[in-house]
Design a protein around this ligand. Structure first.
Ligand SMILES: [Zn+2]
Ligand SMILES: [Zn+2]
Length: 186
C-alpha cells in the first residue's frame, strides 16, 4: 500500500480521458504528475451535484474510468470506510483544490498543544492519540485509555483545529492481512 501512488495499480485503466473542451486531460497518458498523491483530503470545491465543498474524501490518482474521489460510507474504530464507487474528477485543476490532510491513525504528541483558541483541552507531550475525521473533514482526536480489560479507544473524540496536527508524530501500526479496505484501494 502506498500513499504516493508510486505502485502500479491493477485498477489503473489503459484509457485516456478527454473532455469535450480539451482541457485537463487526465488518464493513462495524461497529466498524472500534476495530480496530488492518493490519500485523505477535504474538498475545496464541489464536484458537480455529487460532492459538496468541505467534505472528507479519499482521492485516488487511478481507477476506472479515471482518478476520482470516494466518500465515506461509515466509520469503524474511528476510521472512515470508503464507498467502492467514486466520483471521477473533471480536471487536474479541480484536483488542485483538494486540501491534504494527515492520514488517519495513531500519533504521538510531539509538544504540548491546545485544541483551539478557547484552549478547552491541552494535549501533553508523548500522549498517545488517534486521529480521525468526521464527514466534514474536521480533525478529531481520540485518547486511548488503559482499563481493567486492556487498552480502550473511546468512540467520542475532541475536535481540534487543523494547524494543531503539526504537533503530532505518526506511529506505525501493523495492518491485519486481507483488510478489504484498510483506508485505500491499493
Ligand atoms: Zn490510490
Ligand atoms: Zn477547544
Amino acid at each position: 500500500m502506498t500513499r504516493d501512488g508510486s505502485r502500479v495499480n491493477r485498477r489503473a485503466p489503459g484509457v485516456t480521458l478527454l473532455r469535450a473542451d480539451g482541457a485537463g486531460v487526465i488518464g493513462h497518458h495524461g497529466l498524472m504528475a500534476d495530480l496530488p498523491p492518493c490519500g485523505i483530503y477535504r474538498t475545496g470545491r464541489p464536484l458537480g451535484d455529487h460532492v459538496p465543498a468541505g467534505r472528507l474524501v479519499f482521492f485516488h490518482r487511478h481507477g476506472d474510468p479515471g482518478p476520482g474521489v470516494y466518500l465515506p460510507r461509515g466509520w469503524t474504530g474511528n476510521r472512515a470506510r470508503w464507498h467502492e464507487q467514486g466520483h471521477t474528477i473533471p480536471s487536474t485543476e479541480w484536483a488542485a483544490t483538494l486540501i491534504p490532510l494527515p492520514p488517519e491513525g495513531l500519533y504521538r504528541v510531539r509538544e504540548a498543544f491546545t485544541c483551539c483558541a478557547r484552549r478547552c483541552r491541552t494535549y501533553e507531550p508523548d500522549l498517545l492519540v488517534q486521529l480521525g475525521y468526521d464527514a466534514a473533514a474536521r480533525p478529531l482526536l481520540f485518547v486511548p485509555v488503559w482499563t481493567d480489560t486492556g487498552l480502550a479507544v473511546p468512540e467520542i473524540g475532541s475536535a481540534v483545529d487543523d494547524d494543531r496536527l503539526a504537533h503530532l508524530a505518526p506511529l506505525k501500526v501493523a495492518e491485519a492481512e486481507g483488510q478489504p479496505d484498510g483506508g485505500a484501494l491499493h
